[in-house]
Design a binder for this molecule. Structure first.
Ligand SMILES: Cc1ncc(COP(=O)(O)O)c(C=O)c1O
Length: 408
């Protein structure tokens, strides 16, 4: 609209006015030309995505059976959670709809700080700092913690938010082969300065787990600090969903953990867990914490209530029942699945086009299974990422497994 209508009119105005000095005409001509250039760049990029069958588009349809969301425990639609939140809201009728500023200016309060302490205690960490999202948490942590001369080593399948965080840091960056201890040790030998190793306890695209104990032991040999993203392990593993670090009792040996609230906890936001001094450091240096408006009371209250539901309900047992049930139903094709005991079960198809065809076939049958395409995953590893939930009925799981078998 702006390019096609508004700007040419402005341009005409300038062109037709004899009072305007020539300089301004050339300014508008320039801005028109440069906009054409940018638009042509944008269209070329989109065309190339279309050619590669990897154009991303947004979808609104929620009528299919959900096998794609990260709402593993069904908290996002839980009436129990809604009524817990509603009751608390009723006790705080004067709550503010917005936090009114960043945490360092006007957006902080007793409630948020207490919540941080409660969550840290739940996960058996010394302290925690809440960010508005997992993306913000990783961006803030990784961009601020390592400096020129330091080294960050990440698993090759690490989440984009960690990659982006490390890109904002001046530290050396190394990548090791997925879950490969030898490859990690090769990088550790080359590392200089303060050394950080970043992994996910459950990988978001494969659903498999990091060999946590072995990685921690290896990292300790090289004095490296471990950072574990527990986005997909929270609520699923560890006592009452405390995560895999807790399941293996490694919390004392881990430098920092990232827990996200937008997945199994069904709300939004994230917390970085670590020492009191790490918390204070992030308040001072993590730009994605400092320069943003804090989440409002309602968001933090929802997180608090989601933790309450996690602690005092049976959802974790139920999700493991569903995972086991699905695996048994799909046993005949188990070889095609990546190894996973998490709620993410990935079936590698290979090729963007083939994977899209497979997911469309499933969607036609009523299952919302999404294709994960290159460049999100390496070429040849394009897959159907099947997310299991407590609310998927046993019948849905049997039917999905039967439909997947038809793909062979
Ligand atoms: C491993 C991992 N870390 C971080 C994030 C980002 O979390 P959020 O969605 O809260 O920004 C995600 C979400 O996709 C993730 O999968």
């Amino acid at each position: 609209m702006f390019g096609a209508f508004f700007v040419p009119r402005l341009f005409d105005l300038v062109k037709n006015s004899s009072a305007q000095p020539k300089k301004q005409i050339s300014f508008y001509t320039l801005s028109l030309n440069s906009m054409d250039k940018v638009n042509s760049f944008i269209n070329t990029r989109l065309e190339s995505r279309k050619k590669l069958d990897s154009l991303r588009t947004l979808r609104k349809d929620r009528s299919l059976i959900d096998f794609c969301s990260n709402d593993y425990l069904g908290f996002a639609s839980s009436t129990e959670l809604k009524s817990l939140i509603k009751n608390e809201i009723a006790k705080n009728p004067d709550y503010l709809t917005g936090s009114t500023g960043s945490r360092l200016i006007s957006g902080n309060d007793e409630f948020t700080e207490k919540l941080e302490m409660e969550i840290a205690f739940f996960h058996r960490a010394e302290a925690g700092l809440i960010f508005n999202s997992g993306y913000d948490a990783n961006l803030g942590l990784f961009s601020s913690i390592a400096h020129r001369g330091d080294t960050i080593i990440t698993d090759e399948l690490i989440h984009a938010s960690i990659i982006d965080g490390t890109r904002l840091s001046a530290a050396n960056r190394f990548v090791f082969k997925h879950n490969d201890l030898q490859s990690l040790e090769d990088k550790l030998r080359l590392a200089k300065g303060n050394i950080f190793v970043a992994i996910e306890s459950v990988y978001s695209m494969d659903g498999d787990e990091a060999p946590l104990e072995a990685i921690v032991t290896l990292a300790e040999k090289y004095n490296a600090a471990i950072i574990v993203d527990e986005a997909h392990a929270t609520g699923i593993f560890g006592l009452r969903g405390r995560g895999l670090v807790h399941e293996y009792n490694l919390q004392e040996r881990i430098f920092a953990r990232i827990i996200t609230f937008g997945k199994a906890l069904g709300t939004c936001g994230a917390i970085v867990l670590g020492s009191e001094s790490l918390r204070s450091y992030l308040i001072n240096f993590a730009r994605s914490f400092i320069y943003t408006t804090a989440a409002p009371f309602y968001a933090h209250l929802s997180v608090k209530m989601a933790y309450r539901l996690l602690e005092f309900s049976d959802h974790q047992r139920l999700i493991h029942h569903k995972i086991e049930f699905f695996k048994q139903a799909a046993e005949e094709i188990s070889m095609q699945f990546l190894n996973s005991r998490s709620a993410i079960q990935s079936l590698v198809i290979g090729g963007n086009q083939q994977t899209k065809i497979a997911s469309k076939f499933l969607q036609k049958k009523g299952f919302d299974v999404r294709p994960i395409l290159h460049p999100t995953v390496p070429e040849g590893k394009e897959r159907l990422r099947i997310c299991l939930h407590t609310f998927n009925t046993d019948k849905d799981l049997v039917n999905l497994a039967a439909t997947l078998k038809e793909l062979r």
